[in-house]
Ligand binder design. Structure first.
Ligand code: UDP
Ligand code: MG
Length: 339
């Protein structure tokens, strides 16, 4: 299940890691009342196996079920659990951002709470990290648990993304990964509000290696990402990491201009030789509709980028913390304290 894949990119650094490092496990939770108990039990098994010290940073992303109650009860019971509760739902990317801000470990593992990211991989992650890798990510070699539609659209999205973005995301890779402290610190310096985390993880670079696993189905509850959420997520990813959709219009425009000149020459020459030819209603209307739509699409794409500029310029915080339970108490992360 945990064989090393051949996507190792560079040899590991020869670095010294602490003997008993502190490993932070960050998990975003949104309406996960049924999934939390099995998740914490599974992670506690890993923790008990020893070899490292652990802390759990669980982020309640404005859940409307009793996720927060359960989490705060867990924080009371286990000193290694800290809960960051948002004032409303800010989305998974914001929850991950908060988790990284609050985590204090020498290495940070980010994972989903639904056990689709098997905790058994964590010891492998740590071993690779000790071996000198800064990022150890899990790659799905079997997505049998996902629907065909999800595999198909996800595959298409990542192929398109990797074609048009300067930053490449390894295929079949989710957010589940371990990152060294210096990787986390680097990610924390990225100020953008549109946080396509997979892209940001890839953007910062560092020595990375994949660990293959078969992705299981959810333990409890259901997916929080419906079609529209995934569609917007995909557009967000592309608009945050590529300017190709903006630049392509100069080329489309040039090709259409060239074709128009050729077509115009044909019409002019034909008119000179055969006289004025009045019919043309169908072709005229077709051209008007076609060019009207092309222009609207290009304006729409401009709009996508301008909307993002607008959000960035406002500079609102990425998330608002309502309450922090457990661990070091309400101590805010260094970044928030400095503001
Ligand atoms: N999640 C979140 N905020 C949201 C949506 C999801 O924190 O607005 C969390 C969710 O609780 C889970 C993880 O993100 O831990 C992945 O969500 P999900 O399992 O629904 O996604 P899928 O695995 O279907 O892609
Ligand atoms: Mg899931």
């Amino acid at each position: 299940m945990s064989d090393v894949t051949d996507i190792e990119r560079r040899p590991a650094r020869n670095v010294a890691r602490p003997d008993t490092p502190l490993i932070s496990i960050v998990a975003p939770c949104y309406n996960e009342a049924d999934a939390i108990a099995p998740f914490v039990a599974a992670v506690m098994d890993i923790i008990k196996a020893g070899g490292a010290r652990y802390e759990l940073v669980l982020v309640d992303d404005g859940s409307s079920d009793d996720t927060r109650m359960q989490l705060s009860a867990l924080a009371d019971r286990h000193s290694e659990i800290r809960v960051i509760a948002f004032s409303r739902n800010f989305g998974k990317e914001a929850a991950l951002t908060a988790g990284l801000d609050y985590a204090e470990g020498d290495a940070v593992v980010v994972m989903d709470v639904d056990l689709q990211d098997p905790p058994e991989l964590i010891p492998d992650f740590i071993e690779k990290w000790r071996g000198g890798y800064d990022v150890v990510y899990a790659t799905r070699d079997d997505r049998g648990a996902d629907t065909f539609a999800k595999r198909f659209t996800a595959g298409g999205f990542y192929r398109l993304f990797n074609k048009i973005s300067a930053v490449k995301i390894p295929e079949n890779t989710g957010d589940y990964r371990l990152m060294d402290r210096r990787v986390v610190e680097t990610i924390k310096t990225l100020p953008e509000r549109s946080r396509f985390m997979k892209g940001l993880f890839a953007w910062v670079g560092f020595k990375s290696i994949g660990v293959a696993y078969a992705r299981p189905a959810r333990t409890a509850g259901e997916t929080k990402f419906n079609f529209w959420r995934l569609w917007n997520f995909a557009i967000d990813g592309i608009a945050s990491f590529s300017t190709a959709p903006l630049r392509v219009w100069s080329y489309i425009g040039s090709v259409i201009a060239l074709l128009s000149v050729l077509y115009a020459s044909v019409i002019i020459i034909r008119t000179l030789f055969t006289g004025v030819d009045v019919p043309g209603y169908a072709s005229l209307l077709t051209f008007i509709l076609f060019f009207g739509s092309v222009q609207m699409i290009s304006v729409g794409i401009l709009g996508e980028y301008i909307a993002r500029l607008f959000v960035e310029v406002k500079g609102r915080p990425i998330y608002i913390v309502d309450e922090v339970y457990g661990g070091a108490g309400a101590k805010p992360p260094a970044k928030a304290a400095a503001e």
